[in-house]
Ligand binder design. Structure first.
Ligand code: ZN
Ligand code: ZN
Ligand code: ZN
Length: 373
């Protein structure tokens, strides 16, 4: 839980940090460098495990020193030889963290400065061990990875690995790379971000600049209030949101939206008859978006652009209004120092370039929210 130590205005940067540790997503290994995460047509493999790919010898050396030399190369070689890659997928980050902490034990207790003035080490972030122990899916996957580690790593300790496994399950963040959130670039642990609890009506927004991760206020936050983020897509019914939070993070959401009896986005959108969006229901739709996502949510601004792209029957005045709303949000949520800011706030010159502008706008917003490439 992160409590604001001071007042924040919308757009204020609360957190700015690099990942504590990360690993490239399995699905794109071979097309992206395992170290710098850049796409490249000329990658070379680690000559020992043949599993990881690098764009340069600098990247290879950097990765070797940071974690690959700590038995990871041996473990990945085993995965490669046994062809079990498919099965592991998301547990790779747990393997990397476990082996790195074994090789560099000082990292376990290394204190990181938190935005509220406190400090926290990896060993202090949430584990939820009891819940994960009783979750058949998680426990099965823990046993499967343990079996592999046991066969390769001398002095492998179940309890120690379980501890790391739980912290990774509960705190990893996904660095994405495309419009559809289905493709992800890497799994990461961000130490400061891991402090944030969920709310279906969050007051902060993570924004990526490359691998750097910023969390910005998207509404006024007073000193003493909790700073929150969303773990799931909040444009879902209360029932669905609470179900997902319960099965993945093991808690019953009691946020302001979940407590309100009139909060059911699915029903509200249905009753508004917003599809297709038109001049008559535009106002209601914008109010609804503010209510659900907050006044300065970049996601709301991406939704406004979707309406423009879908050619909703709106008059010119309302089309301009949607565009202006989207741009106003961007100014606050991304900030004028963001590399995308100038592109997103430029004016499309004519009708032809308008559609292209909307497409680009959507694309850049998603990249800012979910990650780069
Ligand atoms: Zn590289
Ligand atoms: Zn290797
Ligand atoms: Zn909730």
């Amino acid at each position: 839980m992160l409590i604001a130590k001071r007042d924040y205005e919308p757009g204020d940067v609360i957190i700015s940090e690099q990942p504590f540790i990360y690993i490239l997503d399995d699905q794109i290994r071979g097309s992206f460098c395992d170290s710098c995460l850049q796409e490249s047509g000329s990658l070379t493999r680690c000559s020992d495990c043949m599993f990881l790919y690098y764009c340069s010898s600098e990247c290879r050396e950097k990765d070797w020193e940071a974690h690959h030399k700590y038995e990871e190369c041996k473990v990945f070689k085993k995965i490669m030889d046994d062809q079990v890659v498919e099965q592991f997928d998301r547990q790779m980050l747990a393997i990397r963290v476990y082996l790195t902490l074994r090789g560099r034990p000082e990292l376990k207790d290394k204190k990181f400065d938190m935005p509220d003035g406190s400090t926290k080490s990896f060993n202090e972030i949430m584990t939820n061990e009891e819940h994960l122990k009783n979750s058949p899916g998680h426990f099965r996957s823990f046993l499967m990875v343990s079996e592999l580690l046991l066969s390769v790593v001398s002095g492998f300790e179940f309890q120690e690995f379980f501890n790391v496994f739980c912290r990774v399950c509960m705190n990893s963040a996904i660095l994405g790379m495309t419009l559809s959130m289905t493709r992800q670039l890497a799994d990461c642990i961000y130490m400061q971000y891991s402090m944030l609890n969920h709310s279906c009506r969050k007051n902060s927004q993570p924004i990526y600049k490359g691998m750097n991760h910023e969390v910005r206020a998207i509404s006024k936050i007073k000193a003493g209030e909790e700073i929150t983020t969303s773990y799931i897509d909040v444009l879902q019914s209360r029932e669905e949101r609470r179900r997902l939070l319960r099965i993945i993070w093991f808690f019953d959401c009691e946020c302001i939206r979940c407590q309100s009896n009139d909060d059911d986005i699915v029903m509200e959108i249905d009753s508004l008859d917003v599809m297709p969006l038109n001049d008559r229901n535009l106002e209601k739709m914008l109010v609804l978006l503010d209510k659900i996502l907050g006044e300065y949510s970049p996601k709301a601004s991406a939704i406004c652009m979707t309406f423009l792209m879908e050619n909703c029957p709106l008059n010119q005045k309302n089309r301009s209004r949607l565009l202006e709303k989207a741009k106003k949000v961007i100014t606050v949520a991304l900030g004028v120092d963001h590399p995308f800011y100038r592109i997103l706030t430029s004016q499309p010159k004519d009708a032809k370039s308008y559609f292209e502008f909307c497409m680009k706008f959507m694309n850049l917003i998603h990249r800012a929210i979910y990650g780069f490439s």
